[in-house]
Design a protein around this ligand. Structure first.
Ligand code: TYM
Length: 335
């Protein structure tokens, strides 16, 4: 226990709003697995973030447990990582309130995700959607996380977390560690298979543009066979001119560890059809063990409960230390 305190800390999370996508797997979770030996790692199921968009309550509960099974199946060992459900650690929401008094209205209005989501949910632009980055800052700062492994789209939220932390520190002294986003070189921005100019996202499950990590091999292959490609016939990475093929190259590289240039030369002279099949097969093989293990784990609800209970207890202990410090700094009377 004591020894762990000298390690740097990592925190990340994913909203349980659907089955994990190939995007969140390659952009986030796959990269978390290797970090466990060198860092003290906290991974949450961001259920409180999920409700900024309307959720069916029974579905949200089911998806949260499913996502927990998927975290473990993807290789996150609950003995080596603290895995917890965000709403089980009330200190996040408590710190979020304090931080909201040090976050500026103007800076929140500049958040790209807020702009996108409020355009998509025009009938429900709730205050939670607006203050979402403050809760995310609390998630990160309450563990004094050094690194935040995320995909490219979350970079801006980590930057605003630093700004809020810096503002607080400049008033009260060194309370918070300034975190850094840790974005993978390949897989940081997996694009839709149908609209390669947009990121692959859970909301796109019906269009065939999204692959989820629980999809059956035949469904994955069908989606890759139908993936949108570009004019021309060359298999070459060029995100601007050839967004479809470049996305597939990126996916193949993230699944196999092969460099873009190696992929380009392997497929030189071959057609798009063959290439799409090869990418589909690599994805099937990458996801197969995860899906099989997740299905097994989901059948064992008692085990999953032990994991999240234990995770919540560990996370609460650590989070309370920082929350008490913050309450003292701002001048609340200790109980
Ligand atoms: P969320 O749930 O939208 O996505 C979870 C993680 O997956 C990454 N990701 C992708 N990476 C590459 N290509 C894609 N197509 C793709 N789609 C998603 C995201 O960048 C993210 O890393 N606000 C966060 C959840 C969160 C969080 C936190 C993260 C809440 N609190 C604290 C880190 C630290 C979110 O909505 O992620």
């Amino acid at each position: 226990m004591e020894q762990q305190q000298t390690k740097k800390t990592i925190l990340s999370g994913i909203k349980p709003t659907g089955t994990l996508t190939l995007g969140s797997y390659l952009g986030a979770i796959k990269n978390w697995v290797e970090l466990a030996n060198d860092y003290e790692c906290y991974y949450m199921l961001a259920d409180m973030h999920a409700i900024t968009v309307r959720q069916d309550p029974a579905e949200l509960r089911r998806r949260t447990l499913e996502q927990l099974a998927q975290y473990i199946a993807a290789g996150l060992d609950p003995e080596k990582n603290t895995i917890f459900i965000q709403s089980h650690v009330p200190q996040h929401a408590e710190l979020s309130w304090v931080l909201s008094c040090y976050a500026m209205f103007g800076e929140m209005t500049r958040m790209t995700q807020f702009k996108d989501k409020s355009a998509k949910n025009a009938d429900n632009i709730n205050v939670g959607l607006f203050t979402y980055p403050v809760l995310m800052a609390a998630d990160i700062l309450i563990y004094n996380a050094d690194l935040v492994p995320v995909g490219d789209d979350q970079r801006q939220h980590v930057e605003i977390t630093r700004d809020i932390a810096q503002r607080f520190n400049s008033i009260y002294g060194d309370v918070f560690t300034l975190p850094e986003a840790y974005v993978p070189k390949t897989g940081a921005r997996v694009m839709s298979l149908q609209y390669p100019e947009n990121k692959m996202s859970k909301s796109e499950e019906d269009t065939g543009g999204c692959v989820s990590i629980l999809d059956k091999p035949e469904d994955i292959m069908r989606r890759f066979k139908r993936a949108v490609t570009d004019s021309g016939s060359e298999i070459r990475f060029d995100a601007k001119e050839k967004p479809g093929i470049s996305n597939l190259i990126q996916i193949l590289s993230a699944c196999t560890g092969r460099a873009f240039s190696e992929i380009e030369s392997d497929f030189s002279g071959k057609g798009y059809g063959d290439f799409k099949l090869a990418v589909g097969e690599a994805v099937v093989e990458t996801l197969r063990p995860v899906r099989e293990e997740a299905e097994k784990l989901l059948a064992d609800k008692t085990y999953l409960e032990t994991v999240y209970r234990d995770g919540a207890a560990r996370a609460q202990r650590r989070a309370q230390r920082l929350l008490s410090k913050v309450y003292k700094k701002v001048g609340f009377v200790a109980l």
